[in-house]
Design a protein around this ligand. Sequence first.
Ligand SMILES: Cc1cc2nc3c(=O)[nH]c(=O)nc-3n(C[C@H](O)[C@H](O)[C@H](O)COP(=O)(O)OP(=O)(O)OC[C@H]3O[C@@H](n4cnc5c(N)ncnc54)[C@H](O)[C@@H]3O)c2cc1C
Length: 331
Amino acid sequence: MTGPVFVIVELRNGAPVRSSLEALGAGRRLAGPPGTTPVIALLLGSAVESAAAHVAERGADQVLTIVDPRFDSFQAAVWSAAITALAQELGVIAVLLAGTAHGRQLVGRLAARWGAAAVTGIADISISNDGAMLAVRPVFSGRALQEVRVDAPRVVLGLRPNAFPPPEPSGSKAPVLAHATPELGKLPALGHVSGFETAQSASGPDLSEATVIVSGGRGLKGPENFRMLDELAASLGGAVGASRAVTDSGWKPAALQIGQTGRTVSPQLYIAIGISGAIQHLVGMISSRTIVAINSDPGAPIFKVADYGIVGDLFQIVPALTSEVRRVRGS
Ligand SMILES: Cc1cc2nc3c(=O)[nH]c(=O)nc-3n(C[C@H](O)[C@H](O)[C@H](O)COP(=O)(O)OP(=O)(O)OC[C@H]3O[C@@H](n4cnc5c(N)ncnc54)[C@H](O)[C@@H]3O)c2cc1C
């Protein structure tokens, strides 16, 4: 490859989000081993120091920071202007973005401003024998994989969450360099972002970062019964998710919906409870490491993708499972 690879690192409460660390892993895979094509991590905001030190030990060859409070709240126009200016200055050939809400907003805007190709929803990435970039992305609700060969000289790559392992600390520290804020040019009149509220599962970790997800469907019969799922999730240190039937009924907020029109998750353990397994749901959780399904209908499609299936009444199984988990864990 003929130029460096940029990885944009998003911060939450001053720390890099897991998906951005995954993007660093993807950047490293694309660039090859350290010492070949440089991977540059870019952090923007007024308090980026400790996050930069964290990132410096995880696969980047160089960490660039732009310390400027204008980047504290995410505004796609401002971020894309800054990233474009830097990418042009440094001769970057690829910008990698995490599959977060912000990353997804940036892909198109950045590609248009920078005059680059864009590929989104990437689950794997490699270099072909003749040196072209190859990106693999699930299509048709996950029923097929599409391989995209990138022949453009510049490309913006939007990654699928949980598709790439975040790099372990390497034992060496990449240099951290502060860069002046680039000329942002003429930007459209911007609104003022007064704050963010993170939509989370009732308790426990954020869905996109959870290693265990306990997900409920219409089989729960009503919002009050999700208390059972909260308890099971708490006993496993996991988060609660839901099918669209549940969020459409207003039993749980839309932010917890998993599937084609909801979140894409890939935990170590996904427990689908009272969920039939429609393709639109499966596409959001199919890459989970281990899938457990609890359903009273032995013909439910969810059992086709489950590693373990329990056929029975969830109202009996879930409390029994929770008390067994608590007993085994001594909690
Ligand atoms: C364009 C489009 C986008 C969509 N996007 C999404 C999406 O992002 N996410 C999503 O989830 N869906 C999505 N859907 C909807 C999807 O097609 C299904 O309708 C939905 O996933 C069904 O939700 P469910 O499995 O909870 O409900 P159901 O299909 O009604 O299944 C309920 C299940 O509970 C079981 N059950 C009932 N009682 C019990 C009991 N006592 N014990 C054990 N099991 C029991 C039943 O056997 C059944 O299998 C989308 C649809 C369209 C058209």
